[in-house]
Design a protein around this ligand. Structure first.
Ligand code: ADP
Length: 181
């Protein structure tokens, strides 16, 4: 399901998310919001120490929710931090929590008038979520949100590796081919 118009607002590229300009960059954070490895570390490194100082004031964030901060030296207005679920076999509510991350992040982006948002593959690194399963949940959650909201106008996943981009592309094609008339 999903109209052609909605799918036209979703884009997939390969790259380093810290180098892509957007109104909001989403960070695959941990619940402390105090930084970590992977994309979280790269975002803090590129933003500068002011980002960590602002995050310290937030007092953490539960898995599936999101918090917004300034983006400092990143080419963005905001960073939206959302802790994804740790993958524990798939029967521990991981899909619902991952979908909630995307919906929470997009709600904050829309509330802050963001027209463009970039996402990494949340939970697909250290947190171990299988990339195809995660792509199905992620793309479905974003499609559902965009169907109901004019903002953001454009959502772009910046996938770090070629295999991750290929996995997302494959899932996107399958979902698109079941477009409703
Ligand atoms: P999590 O703890 O949510 O699994 P990770 O940071 O370990 O978060 O990984 C999430 C995804 O982000 C992985 O697919 C990883 O390859 C990717 N990633 C790491 N660095 C970057 C970056 N600079 N830009 C975009 N994606 C990145």
């Amino acid at each position: 399901m999903g109209t052609a118009d909605t799918w036209g607002r979703i884009h997939l590229i390969q790259g380093d998310i810290t180098r892509e300009a957007a109104d909001a960059i989403v960070n695959a954070a941990n619940t402390s919001l105090l930084g970590g490895g992977g994309v979280d570390g790269a975002i803090h490194q590129a933003a500068g120490p002011e980002l960590l100082a602002e995050c310290r004031k937030l007092g953490g964030c539960p898995t599936g929710e999101a918090r917004i901060t300034s983006a400092y030296r990143l080419p963005a207005r905001y960073v939206i931090h959302t802790p994804g679920p740790v993958y524990r076999g798939g029967c521990q509510g991981e899909a619902e929590l991952l979908a909630a991350c995307y919906a929470s992040a997009l709600r904050l982006a829309a509330d802050h008038d963001c027209r463009t948002v970039t996402f990494p593959a949340i939970s697909c690194g250290v947190y171990g979520y299988p990339i195809e399963d995660a792509a199905r949940v992620a793309l479905g959650a974003v499609r559902d949100f965009l169907e109901r909201s004019a903002l953001p106008e454009r959502v772009t996943w910046v996938l770090f590796s070629q295999p991750d981009l290929a996995a997302y592309r494959g899932v996107l094609e399958k979902l698109r081919s079941s477009i409703s008339p």
